[in-house]
Design a protein around this ligand. Sequence first.
Ligand SMILES: *[C@@H]1O[C@H](CO)[C@@H](O)[C@H](O)[C@H]1NC(C)=O
Ligand SMILES: *[C@@H]1O[C@H](CO)[C@@H](O)[C@H](O)[C@H]1NC(C)=O
Ligand SMILES: *[C@@H]1O[C@H](CO)[C@@H](O)[C@H](O)[C@H]1NC(C)=O
Ligand SMILES: *[C@@H]1O[C@H](CO)[C@@H](O)[C@H](O)[C@H]1NC(C)=O
Ligand SMILES: *[C@@H]1O[C@H](CO)[C@@H](O)[C@H](O)[C@H]1NC(C)=O
Ligand SMILES: *[C@@H]1O[C@H](CO)[C@@H](O)[C@H](O)[C@H]1NC(C)=O
Ligand SMILES: *[C@@H]1O[C@H](CO)[C@@H](O)[C@H](O)[C@H]1NC(C)=O
Ligand SMILES: *[C@@H]1O[C@H](CO)[C@@H](O)[C@H](O)[C@H]1NC(C)=O
Ligand SMILES: *[C@@H]1O[C@H](CO)[C@@H](O)[C@H](O)[C@H]1NC(C)=O
Ligand SMILES: *[C@@H]1O[C@H](CO)[C@@H](O)[C@H](O)[C@H]1NC(C)=O
Ligand SMILES: *[C@@H]1O[C@H](CO)[C@@H](O)[C@H](O)[C@H]1NC(C)=O
Ligand SMILES: *[C@@H]1O[C@H](CO)[C@@H](O)[C@H](O)[C@H]1NC(C)=O
Length: 841
Amino acid sequence: MLRSLPWLLAVVGFAAFSSSSHVHPRHTPYAALKTGKRADVPIPDPASRVNLFIGTTSSGHAFPGVTLPHGMVKVGMDTDSGDNHAGYDANPNFSATGFSQLHDDGTGGSVPLSVFKVWPFANCGSGDNDRFEVCPCDINSRKVKRALLANGSPDDAAEPGYFASNLSTGIRVELTATKRTALHRYTFPANSTTPRLVVDVTNDGQQSNSLRVVHIDPDTSRVTAGSTYAASFGPGQYRVYTCMDFKGVGFDLGKPKEFGTYLGNSPIRGFTDGLQEYINYRGEMGALLGFNQDGSGTTTIMVRAGMSYISSDQACRNAEEEIPDFDFEGVRAATRATWNELLGRIQVGTENVDDDTIELFYSSLYRTHISPADYSGENPLWNSTEPYYDSFYCNWDTFRTLYPLMSLHDPENFARIVRGMINIQQHEGWLPECRGATAQQWIQGGSNGDPILGEFFVKYAAHAKELGVDPDALYKALLADAEDQPVDWNLQGRQVNIWKSLGYVPQDLIEPGGANTKQVSRTLEYAFNDFAVAQVAKLLNNSADAEKYATRAGNFVNMWNPDTVSPDNDTIVGMMQPRFQNGTFGFTDPRHCSVHDPTGANCFLFNTNPDGFYEASPIVYSQFAPQDTAKLVELQGGAEKFIARLDYIFDNNYFDSTDEPSQQIPYMYHYANAPGRSTQRSRQVISEFYSTAINGLPGNDDSGAMGSYVAFYLAGLYPVPATRQYLLSSPYFPSISFFNPVFNTTTTIVATNFAGNPANGTGGTVFVQNVTIDGQPAPSNCFLEWDVFEKGGTVELTLTDDINVTCGGNGTDALPPSLSTGGFGLLPSSNSNSSSNATQA
Ligand SMILES: *[C@@H]1O[C@H](CO)[C@@H](O)[C@H](O)[C@H]1NC(C)=O
Ligand SMILES: *[C@@H]1O[C@H](CO)[C@@H](O)[C@H](O)[C@H]1NC(C)=O
Ligand SMILES: *[C@@H]1O[C@H](CO)[C@@H](O)[C@H](O)[C@H]1NC(C)=O
Ligand SMILES: *[C@@H]1O[C@H](CO)[C@@H](O)[C@H](O)[C@H]1NC(C)=O
Ligand SMILES: *[C@@H]1O[C@H](CO)[C@@H](O)[C@H](O)[C@H]1NC(C)=O
Ligand SMILES: *[C@@H]1O[C@H](CO)[C@@H](O)[C@H](O)[C@H]1NC(C)=O
Ligand SMILES: *[C@@H]1O[C@H](CO)[C@@H](O)[C@H](O)[C@H]1NC(C)=O
Ligand SMILES: *[C@@H]1O[C@H](CO)[C@@H](O)[C@H](O)[C@H]1NC(C)=O
Ligand SMILES: *[C@@H]1O[C@H](CO)[C@@H](O)[C@H](O)[C@H]1NC(C)=O
Ligand SMILES: *[C@@H]1O[C@H](CO)[C@@H](O)[C@H](O)[C@H]1NC(C)=O
Ligand SMILES: *[C@@H]1O[C@H](CO)[C@@H](O)[C@H](O)[C@H]1NC(C)=O
Ligand SMILES: *[C@@H]1O[C@H](CO)[C@@H](O)[C@H](O)[C@H]1NC(C)=O
């Protein structure tokens, strides 16, 4: 949809091998598998398969700079693109404006973070006019294009742990990072007689600064600064600090040759402070330093930028602790090794798989580990020894697939994030939903921290305490969302009072404290949120609560108007619709917010949106009740009609690849006993909308939500959050294995008859005919129990080219679980080979 210009098809990725690669020692060797084929060699350096430029132009807003997994510092290039939410844009027509220390990945809203940009000048004028006083410091004067490669793309490189760019001024910029500290390396050309660096305190992504301070130490060159900036998706503000030190590479930098603060385009030589002098000045401000050249050749200067949300002193301490010796290559190798260990927990067989598919998989997986970010020790709001995570931007995007992916291979980070969320609830009253840079931001629907906590607990209840998660505190946090309506339900919690009394959010109730919109989509999410509470209650043996919340989880049916007919096809009958307090239904055109909406509405947050739906049409939301898809099948007239409706959604372009509410729709044929159709639809979606190109993401990456979705599709799995079941299809690989460091187990899915992937997603030997687990027939061909990921083992799929495969069993007993057909098994089966009946606790 957004892909267009032919040059965009060029993949500008770059990946170098590093000798520091490191593979987790506990992986099961593939030779152990009994496929009879050549043993696949594990990919020793998955970082080399990551293309960080996917989705870095045309609205993907993907972040290609440097971060540790869930690191606080995310250092990268900023550009003057209108799509610079993560700073960068791969389109060479945009200029570089600076190299800033903090970013998010794939967000919408206003441009977040992008604070304390560093900028290098080779010269500030020619010949005798190359003077400090004439340096064009403000962002629009200083910006320059990047150097270009022969194919017209910018001369930029990125890989886990490293980013580099050659600017058109002949300066080479290289970046790496630890958790809270960035390390920049600038190489100036020989004709740069006074290499100069700007530290820009004014320009965050929104130019929203206030209360800014900057100080230059004339002896050490150290620059400390702080400023307050606006949140990007909410009404709040945040304050952040930096501490920058400079070091020559291969020569003694000495004291700065010249320094001063600048106002707009007027550097003032010798000024050490930017506070008192300019208190009323609204224009741009920062520090400018000029250094001595390193002999007559090129000059390389490093900038170490410590960051803190507490104070500039703490920013200095962070920098000194994390990068004491300015060892650029050491930091780069250590950061890459951390990524390799994490990414390497998922290994894929590569025989008969093209490189692009492998690259798409590891790149997507990488982006699921950018947010949320670990700000532990950097929370300015309260002191706690618990972890503190931020950049939940937003749970509405990530609850569906990102956390269920994390369950498979990264439970330790998952547990820390959950602890951080619980700690926020304990201090602010409700779980975070769309927090960014320490500020609460707008709620898009339900309180979707609930299914995230539910996801963790359903999978790790037995290990919760060992992972530092207190089950009682977790349950209390869920109850706060489920029972207590906050004053500001636009920023946290839910509009829960009316939900409790009516069982839906009516169209005609105007309450203070939130946006009285999105009533239908919020109701559907509230129901799913309560499903997560019910699952946890059940595990805690609180059967009264389990029943109460399971009943509330069934309230999605209150939005179902059986009489609403699709305007463009009168065989499609029954839709989720708005409803008034008196019980009668309102009407919203089922095409509303779709590409066929006659009014052209998009249903984004800031639209008046009186029609009840957020960012997707009634047609799409009519498929949203993951806790009870069987009920949707029933409401929609049975399996055959359900399949016809899914086909109608795709054939008429109601499926929206750019937005999360559509994400599960391709897999919903499973519930009509037609899993082959899910396999084909999901593969068609990948081939039509996703690629390794710089515009290879159809919409925003949304903090890795899209990345996790693609990773699941390529793995041949799709999650139902807060359950022990994963829907099963075929992987894009002859085998895929997941190492779980908490269970110390490896689970391998092997695809027998694997014959490659059809390029357009249609046909092929990709349909799952039969499933065995450790050699025993599995109870269903349509879903896997969490048991197999807990215990480890081999799931063997037999593939066929017949799309008419089924879930197996007698036609009903092997369908994936739903609340109305007996609920979701929550306990390990006593024997993983026993029938699914045994797991319906
Ligand atoms: C860059 O700008 C030129 C001139 O306006 C235009 O022809 C070209 O298509 C643009 N390139 C991209 C990638 O947008
Ligand atoms: C930049 O230029 C240097 C040579 O000065 C070269 O080694 C490097 O590959 C170029 N590109 C990047 C992205 O660093
Ligand atoms: C300095 O040298 C670089 C390449 O080394 C070149 O790109 C740039 O134009 C030169 N600048 C001046 C002012 O001569
Ligand atoms: C946290 O503790 C430090 C050290 O005791 C104190 O200076 C700071 O004010 C405390 N922060 C908050 C938000 O209470
Ligand atoms: C229900 O409420 C709506 C909105 O206030 C109103 O238009 C409608 O007439 C009412 N219906 C009944 C049956 O009272
Ligand atoms: C309506 O949708 C059904 C199911 O996809 C399809 O079979 C039928 O041809 C459609 N009818 C029209 C008039 O488009
Ligand atoms: C993990 O499992 C492997 C065998 O798969 C075993 O050798 C190793 O000791 C286990 N590690 C721990 C910490 O239990
Ligand atoms: C997909 O590719 C197959 C094999 O190349 C071809 O037969 C089929 O028509 C294609 N389908 C579509 C929808 O392009
Ligand atoms: C599935 O595979 C197992 C093991 O090979 C076999 O025993 C079973 O009969 C197969 N079932 C079907 C339906 O093919
Ligand atoms: C699958 O079933 C459809 C009818 O539903 C039929 O047209 C098609 O030929 C079948 N495919 C195979 C491979 O049997
Ligand atoms: C399928 O099997 C289950 C028990 O495994 C049974 O309850 C159900 O009635 C059977 N359905 C059909 C259609 O035979
Ligand atoms: C279902 O479980 C019950 C109780 O464990 C058992 O008696 C029954 O035989 C099982 N049914 C099937 C079809 O496995």
